[in-house]
Ligand binder design. Structure first.
Ligand code: FES
Length: 91
């Protein structure tokens, strides 16, 4: 986690690891993981700290932020399952 004295925001300070774990578990529960499926992985700083916490969906190149688990669920359900971009969370 970035030193708060740096004056710059950090995804890690916004519960990003727990949200990643939640997304990963949801993907697995929905049967979307595995070869050719969805992979949820951790990245280092994506250099959009002030807009974060950040999620980027590839290969679509769509960037999102979120506040809570319901937002993460919406990204999974709407983008990854239904193929619809969640405009309200887009950055
Ligand atoms: S720490 Fe998340 S974008 Fe920089």
């Amino acid at each position: 986690m970035r030193d708060p004295a740096s004056g710059r925001s950090c995804c890690a300070a916004k519960d990003a690891a727990a949200m990643r774990d939640h997304a990963k578990a949801r993907i697995q529960a929905l049967g979307l993981a595995g070869p050719g499926g969805v992979r949820v992985n951790q990245a280092g700083c994506l250099d959009r700290c002030e807009e974060g916490p950040c999620v980027v969906v590839y290969p679509d190149g769509v960037w999102y932020t979120y506040v809570d688990r319901a937002d993460v669920d919406e990204i999974v359900d709407q983008h990854l399952v239904a193929g619809c971009i969640v405009e309200r969370l887009r950055i």
